[in-house]
Every structure is written in structure tokens, then in C-alpha cells.
Ligand binder design. Sequence first.
Ligand code: FES
Length: 202
Amino acid sequence: PVIGILRNHPRTPADVVVVHSAPTADEMLFRDELRAMDAAGRIRFVERITGRDGAEVRLPVHRIGDVVPDWRERHTWACGPTGMLDEAEEHWAAHALADRLHTERFRTRLAAVGDGGEIDFSASGTTVEADGSTTILDAGEGAGVLMKSGCRMGICFNCVVPLRDGSVRDLRTGEITTATPEDPVLIQTCVSAAAGACQLDL
Ligand code: FES
């Protein structure tokens, strides 16, 4: 959503700061485009490559002042995982600034619910039981599996992994994808849920 706003106002004179956190450079969506906007003087782009090993995988919301000292005077458009947006709403409300925060939540539009089932993350030796509306990405993260992700809404393909065996359902379309050990298939974990037992190469 943020990149769309920036693209749609290419010549609007504005004082805009874009703070973007990702575990790795490869997972930073639109990085080159945002760098170009920064170089052109359209925005101030704050990149945070946080790594996967530390406890801090993104900028804690309460430390927004570290990178945007005048955040209280600005309107803020935030998008990202639910937990981060919940924190942001609490933080802005605690400073009596709720009217200056505008949030866009990553949410997969559920067109269908799968059957659910046991997900075997074979490479990490983790097995988790998930219902038919829980994405494999959420199920894996909840079980402590190191999962690649980006947009979490089916756009960036950063979350693609091989499905080694079993079936998953695409929660946007209801479509079932089935793999066998002889014929694995790449799936997007952020928009797929187990449709019976399945095994992933993670
Ligand atoms: S995280 Fe972007 S497509 Fe899955």
C-alpha cells in the first residue's frame, strides 16, 4: 500500500520518510525503487536490515523516534504484520496521537478454508497441527520454524518453498495443489493452508 501511495504522487512536493525493515536485503520489497526515490529527493529512505539471528527482527515501534525524531508531528501510514500494527496503535494512542496513525493490515482475503492437517517441516524436524484457515507461514512461525517471508499476501513470492508431499489449499482461490515425493511443487506459504497431511522442505 505504501509503495502505491508513493507511485501515485510522483511529483507532489512532500516531506516523506519511509522506514522499511526486513531480515535480509533480498527480502526488502521495492528496495531499489525506494532508493531511487531517495536519490531523487522525493523521500528520505531509512533501510533497516535486521538479520534473522537477533531477537530484534524489526524496528520496535516504541523506538520510531530513533529514526524519525519528529514522528509526533507527522501523519504515519503503517503496514506490516498484525503484531507490529497492534503495537503501533497502542503507541500512538498512548501519546494521544491516534488520529495521526493510518494502518493497512496484511490480510489474505479468504475465499476458501482448507481441511487443515499435520504439517511436517522435514528439514527442521518440526511437526505442527494446523487448521484449515491458518497459513503454513503462520503455522511454521508459530512452531519456531525459520520461514522466509515478505509481503505475506501472495505478491512477492519470497515465501515460496517446495511442497514435498501431500496437499495444500490456496486460501485466495480454494485451489488444491498436491505433490508427491517424485513430483514436488513450489507453493507460497503465506497464502496456503494444509489440506490434509503435508510435508515441506523446510
Ligand atoms: S510472503 Fe510474499 S508471496 Fe508470500
